[in-house]
Ligand binder design. Sequence first.
Ligand SMILES: C[S@@+](CC[C@H](N)C(=O)[O-])C[C@H]1O[C@@H](n2cnc3c(N)ncnc32)[C@H](O)[C@@H]1O
Length: 418
Amino acid sequence: MATKTEDLTELSNIISASANSYLSHVPAPPTLRPAPPVPVTDEVAIEARKQLLTACRRVISLVGGPMETVMGMAVGLHDTAVVKLAYDMKLAQNVPLDGSPIALAELAAKTGVPEETITRVMRALTFKDVFVETEPGYFAHTSGSAAIGVPGIEAMVGHLTGETFISAPHISDVLRENNFVIPEDNRKTAFSRAFNVDKTFFEYLYTDNKPMGTRFGKAMKAMSTARGPLNLVALYEPLFSAPKGTTLVDIGGGIGHIAIAAAQKFPNLKCVVQDIGMVIDEGRDGLPEELKDRVEFHENDFFEGQPIGGPGVYYYLRHILHDHPDPGCKKILSHIANAMDSSSRILIDESIMSERMGPDGDRATIVKDLQMLIMLNAKERTEAQWAALLKGADERLVIEKLWRAKGNGNAIIEARLA
Ligand SMILES: C[S@@+](CC[C@H](N)C(=O)[O-])C[C@H]1O[C@@H](n2cnc3c(N)ncnc32)[C@H](O)[C@@H]1O
């Protein structure tokens, strides 16, 4: 890729050309003014955006030198800390959303936080275009700061700067004590060490810390559309011609946000959401009246078995298998394989990690891989790893087709019995 160059002039030409291409393929130029995040879906714009960001990162590495690159990564924890403070102090909720400024004294009165603390936090945030100082002592929202106040995104910010931030430093000890082999036990994680529990992240959420569980459910729902339309309703063509009464089992479907979107889009579909713990009740409570005859919530532990069988069933797993080390995934998949026949399909909606290293990688997938490591000793997988996992779960399971999303590393992996 041209952005591997160390020639600044060439890089600036790439930036200029990509910016022009980007601008001519998005509905409106990007802005820092407060506005809800809009995913980029045009294929040319997606590619131009990728080129732009890759070239800009290369410029920072070249011109900033090692102090901007390695030291920049090493001090990244302070960015997390300051976003956590903004979350805890509820700064985003107390600055006017229409983009008008608020005086420091008024913000201090509304949040109950001393002016000096706000000033220091704002100095770090405004440096990264999160909030803007419109004139000395007055602050207004930018698109970045406004996002912190959007309920589902706020929940994700809380999850990342809360339990993830607390857990992350422990990964070093967890791995060092196991000779840097990643343990396959997901009760022995950086998370479980940080919280001093012998439980998986999910077991802890649903027993010891229900508010954290509720926040996590909201974060999952918000993140499901943050990078574009849902893969299941946008990508997977067979559902458009599914016969009446076709069953889709949304395994670990949480509060049912994907099953609900699928039932709304495909009137022939009957959806069963399976999960454990409190999300089942939260899902039932939030189910729209008109879907009550086509969307059901069932309590089912995916390690224990798969009670739904019959011809033509779709077993849908979104962001489930990346939560588990290989032995757990094989257990889940083998239960499904035992319930399937040749007309049923497994649909795995996950990232496909690129085999290649380097600046062209997909940042979101790389970050998610580390997130899985810290919270669950789990991982994102390459196409070859997905195929091996399926085969390892049941010799008969093969990949039929990859339905790749445009512009990000996600796909629906369609698998069947050979
Ligand atoms: C990362 S969330 C994904 C939720 C949803 N599929 C989505 O994509 O937004 C993982 C889900 O797996 C569920 N889960 C965890 N352990 C489970 C188990 N043993 N059996 C069934 N569901 C489980 C969690 O409750 C949670 O809803």
